[in-house]
Design a protein around this ligand. Structure first.
Ligand code: APR
Length: 320
């Protein structure tokens, strides 16, 4: 069987980390694409030299030519600008929309059968624009946010409860931004709902509310600390989990930005929801019962995504 091919569009902090993880996990041959000359080639060479030590034999190529992504099974897109301190994800919109146009055209031309995972922010708008520009079917284009947001939520809950992160399952809906909706009713420790753990005295509602808030601004907390960029280890790990679900037909149930067609009362937008990822791409959108409060929060999040799409349409009339 021929090896799988993973194309990483953007060879910055996340792109480089993605390449390292994909090589260590033996996902397949790797192509690192970037517009900056030398960076993808240099990173590819450095990564290839991990091979003898780590024992992987993937071919790792750096390139500035889209033709090299031809035949990719998975494309993971991080091309664009990352946030600087004081910048919101939305400030990136105009800059990264242009980047999505170039990337979408590159994928349309050279890797139209791939499964595309977008990470570039503002995520919910960029993944939508990438689908529009690439012309790929919606079930083959997803946005990575929910796995990362719920990983942040799980980390903070595990620290609060003093238990292993492995046993904490958390559920985050909505857009990737300050309006994301961590859903406590579906967040558990080995099946025990968080609300029950509060009743048992393992935490308080105030502390859990503070964790919800910290999760919402989890990316900003890291930007403020790093000062020269945004998070990259956890975003890369999260996208690799999604790529593995597709490549190995795992039917994983993961929160991700997917195009909705009536689910949760939303149509034609990318919103973070639980989906099943397998060899067919997005095989199912799972629609769970929500409390009225969660529904309201989701609506706020959906409205924020709608506003971003309007902004995209006003910048690029081909999206109208
Ligand atoms: N095509 C390909 N690559 C591009 C393009 C383009 N049109 N424009 C910029 N790039 C490249 C840059 O040259 C850089 O190498 O994208 C890379 C981005 O890397 P970083 O600046 O290190 O950003 P990173 O931390 O990887 O984040 C990338 O993901 O989480 C989001 O907000 C984040 O939008 C940002 C993206």
């Amino acid at each position: 069987m021929a090896r799988k091919k993973i194309a990483l569009i953007g060879a910055g902090n996340i792109g480089g980390t993605l390449a390292h993880l994909a090589a260590l996990k033996g996902l397949g041959d790797i192509v690192l694409f970037d517009v900056v000359e030398g960076v993808p080639q240099g990173k590819a060479l450095d990564l290839a030299q991990c091979g003898p030590v780590e024992g992987f034999d993937a071919e790792i190529k750096g390139t500035n030519d889209y033709a090299d992504i031809a035949g990719a099974d998975v494309c993971i897109v991080t091309a664009g600008r990352a946030r600087q301190p004081g910048m919101s994800r939305d400030d990136l919109l105009a800059i990264n929309l242009k980047v999505m146009k170039a990337v979408g055209e590159g994928i349309r031309q050279h890797a139209p059968d791939s499964f595309v995972i977008c990470i570039t922010n503002p995520l919910d708008a960029m993944v939508w624009a990438l689908r529009e520009f690439s012309g790929l079917p919606a079930h083959k284009v997803v946005g990575m946010a929910g796995v990362l947001d719920s990983a942040r939520f799980r980390t903070f809950l595990a620290q609060e409860f003093g238990v292993s992160v492995k046993d904490v399952n958390a559920f985050v809906l909505g857009g990737h931004g300050d309006t994301m909706v961590p859903v406590l009713e579906y967040s558990t420790v080995s099946g025990i709902p968080v609300a029950d753990l509060i009743k048992m005295g393992m935490s308080t509602q105030e502390k859990v509310d503070a964790i919800v808030q910290r999760t919402r601004s989890g990316g900003g907390e890291i930007v403020a600390l790093l000062k020269t960029g945004s998070a990259y280890y956890a975003p890369a790990t999260s996208a690799i989990e999604m790529a593995e679900a597709y490549l190995y037909d795992k039917k994983r149930v993961l929160p991700a930005a997917a195009e909705l067609n009536g689910e949760y009362g939303v149509s034609g937008l990318y919103v973070g929801v639980p989906i099943v990822i397998g060899a067919g791409g997005v095989e199912k959108v799972i629609e769970v019962e929500l409390t009225d409060a969660a529904k309201q929060n989701l609506q706020v999040s959906v409205d924020a995504v709608k506003e971003l799409l309007e902004a995209c349409r006003s910048i690029d009339s081909s999206l109208a």
